[in-house]
Design a protein around this ligand. Sequence first.
Ligand code: ADP
Length: 493
Amino acid sequence: MSHYLMVIDQGTTSTRAVLFDERAQVVKFSQREFKQYYPSNGWVEHDAEEIWSTTLDVCREVLQRTGIEANQIAAMGITNQRETTVIWDRDTGKPIANAIVWQDRRTAEQCSILREAGNEPAIKDKTGLLLDPYFSASKIQWLLDRVPGARQQAEAGQLAFGTIDCYLLWKLTEGKSHYTDATNASRTMLFNIHQQCWDKALLKLFDVPLQMLPEVKDCCADFGQIAKQWLGGEIPITGIAGDQQAALIGQACFEPGMAKSTYGTGCFVILNTGPKVVKSDNRLLSTVAYRLAGEVSYGVEGSIFNAGTTIQWLRDGLKAIDNAAESETIANQFQSSQGVYLVPAFTGLGAPYWDPDARAAILGLTRDSLAEHIVVAGLQSVAYQTRDLLEALRRDGAAELTSLRVDGGMVVNRWLCQFLADQLQVPVVRPKVVETTALGAAYLAGLQVGVFDSIEDLKLLWQQEHLFEPSLEKQEIDALYSGWLQAVDRVRN
Ligand code: ADP
């Protein structure tokens, strides 16, 4: 019997294929970057066809490098950059325009108009999201309004919309499957997360014809078969989730109160809130964490725009370090920032502040401040921002956190993980398999075809690599944190 699982991990800057064995260990992966288009200030686009061709390339490469054939693969999972919007022609499969990426701000004014007309409360109520260009709805509307003939074609049923998972699925199955999963649907701003269906009033508000939308399935489902021509054999596609939700699943955060935080370029925290939708008064998002066998588990999500970018800036902008790893050496040596704070609002502040116009600052400098103190302050800022999110969650009445499972490129930094545990006053746990996003999709795909028996099975597969226990005195950490809050106040617009 075939036991391998293949995952397509389609990210914002690169596409990866990851092959797992039946113990959920990575056998091999392959990765390709693709082009980013910036046609205008604040616009970000991808060529969906290039994404598709990089997808095929990486899948083929993984098979070639391992000598494993399609018929040895039990199932495929897909995880993807969320919200990014593709519209294509159902006959030709050709996108009608470049995909509009989640980061793209071109629909800011469209969203302001809707906000001023008083639509935000209803949208937030139904979708759990803030009225912001980030999500797909205003991007779909923009394309239908601007691409000549698009609206008539969409109304005639000629065009299909999908997030990247949905577009890749359609290509992989040669147009047989026009499906998405509940996590991806929950980021479109057209999906009612309580009723688990496309919302007629929102479709009307954004002027999006229902007939262009995919059918929404559970995260574990029969999504169709990869056509034989692509990888030399048919493979069932049985698991789909958006990247941050996949990471939550890959971290086996299956109980309410469990949370994961991913530290890469930015930082994304999701707390599992179980069957309950926690409505945030602090600008956090309520979202579908996963849907299995028709049962929804919800999550609250907060994102920080600048985490790893702070380290990159210390390296490339300030030139205070030669490489990212040096930040840890310095922090070990100096331990403290000597009252210096770095607020890395290079591109504004994310949750819970949502201040796009704030800009970064270094505060608290004295005559004996050194570049090294700024480096320590940079690392600390990542922990303080995480605490900001968790404090917001607490104010929203979410379940108390018992521990935080971390992943992403930054968590190799032990000093950072320890400081994080101190600031949050909860244990911070680093897993053995740090490829949590791909792992989550593998878990989903494997659950559906019986490679894994149950959620309980997955909980056992997840393994801790290191646990960081809080060690500093609460008084000390609170004093540091109150300095941070003052620093944030100074940079807010
Ligand atoms: P993404 O998936 O968003 O591209 P990654 O998860 O690959 O990002 O993480 C890369 C980020 O981690 C970079 O911004 C880098 O500066 C940061 N990073 C890498 N190593 C370290 C380290 N030892 N200490 C602190 N930050 C690090």
